[in-house]
Design a protein around this ligand. Structure first.
Ligand SMILES: [Zn+2]
Length: 158
């Protein structure tokens, strides 16, 4: 399978299945909107169950992203290497009433692999990427009101 598609989350976890591949920007529309660039992110999705019979998805993604400096709007290289463990929840209520630090995602029988990976990538990005040594100071550029990165705050898990 050259193109990642849809998985049945619970089945994927119970079968301890693994999927690997590479995503380019055409498969990462939300990153593209944020004017991120990448020559490709490699990912690995791995399913497992634990001793209590709970189903998990492990998401890994690696690659270099070019982000937009929030001061000068020039490109900032961001080496991405993320690994997330997501517990598959059976219903929204399970997610809403959870009182631990575990990240949950609603289990479905047609979960979009690209979207799953992109969700985790978005959460791993810095909220206001900047050059460490930035020459292009711009007045007002730091308010971040309209920056797509400011929108990220809303996506961050609590
Ligand atoms: Zn800069």
């Amino acid at each position: 399978m050259s193109q990642p598609g849809l998985i049945d989350g619970l089945q994927f976890a119970r079968g301890a299945e693994t999927l690997t591949g590479t995503l380019d920007l055409s498969r990462l529309p939300r990153l593209a909107v944020m004017r991120c660039e990448t020559s490709g992110l490699s990912y690995e999705l791995r399913g497992r169950t634990d001793a209590e019979g709970r189903c998990w998805l492990q998401v890994r993604a690696k690659g270099t992203l070019s982000l937009e400096c929030q001061r000068c709007l020039g490109p900032v290289a961001f080496p991405l290497a993320l690994r997330s463990e997501l517990l598959l929840a059976r219903c929204e209520r399970e997610i809403e009433t959870a009182d631990d630090d575990i990240d949950r995602v609603l289990a479905g029988n047609a979960m979009d692999v690209c979207q799953l990976v992109e969700d985790e990538v978005l959460l791993a990005l810095p909220m206001a990427p900047r050059h460490e040594q930035c020459d292009g100071m711009r007045d007002g550029a730091e308010t971040g009101g309209t920056s797509p990165f400011a929108q990220l705050a809303k996506l961050k898990r609590i």
